[in-house]
Design a protein around this ligand. Sequence first.
Ligand code: HEM
Length: 279
Amino acid sequence: MSNTETAPTSGVTYWDYIQLDQLLSLQSPRTTAHDEPLFIMVHQTFELWFRLAIYELRGAIAALESGNIQQGIVLLKRVGVILRTAHAGFDPLMTMTQNGYAEFRDALRPASGFQSSQFRVMEILLGIRQVPSADDSAKEQFHWEVVAAQAGETFVNFMARYQQELQAIYDQARSNNLRTLMLRLTEEGTSKTGVDAYRYLGSHRSELPELAALADAGRDLQTALLDFRLSHHKVTVFTIGDAAGTSDAHTPVHSSCAGYLLNVIKEQSTIFPELEAGM
Ligand code: HEM
């Protein structure tokens, strides 16, 4: 029986179908501060969009793996739209003042968006994130381990909860993450390797329209992720500030959270380095 044939014969209500009661029972502020529900619900909304983005990204990767480039492009474009839609969630947070955030900020420690496992899964599937393990060399580690090890709990309790899961996803995605797949397909289609493959594609777009559209969709997704990081940085500057010592968890290495986040923007914004160098 196919998935489309599994619908039950009896009808369903709106509230049961989307499990509205359960969804609306998931907001539990830790303080009475007026702005805390805003903070919780915006994060929850982001996590739901991330969930959908991961689902579609996995679909895109599966399509590309099986050689269905058209379907891969359709789904990659959808991931970009999802991230841009999610990104609008930063706007309500921009209406929160530093004082508004300060009213409940201490009640959240040491939690941090840094511990968003779904964000890490997206990074792994895109091909820009590795998971630390005992036999990896230092440079093979999450770059934020170095930072967070000094901060302690934020990193330690995240790894205790997620390392195994992320390692399994990483092992599976090692050879078929988006960056690797796109490069492999471009190399096959152009009979060139690395940067040269994209360079060739750039000057032969009309002869290789499908691969060119794939590269464009990948680039668009890269921009959508960068937009997320830039807006996130803006929100943190507005709600925490950018002075030294303002980091929630990483003060020992970066003088401020904004400094840490800017560093991530510099290091993690390019998903497709060969494409950027070639096209
Ligand atoms: C008032 C709003 C927000 C503030 C003040 C804030 C603050 C921060 C800070 C300071 C960090 C750096 C890590 C740390 O020092 O703990 C961080 C990281 C992060 N935050 Fe937020 N954040 C906000 C909203 C959001 C939202 C809505 C999301 C969406 C899920 C999010 C996701 C993340 C992610 C994924 C990271 C890790 C970035 C990386 O290491 O690449 N944050 N946040």
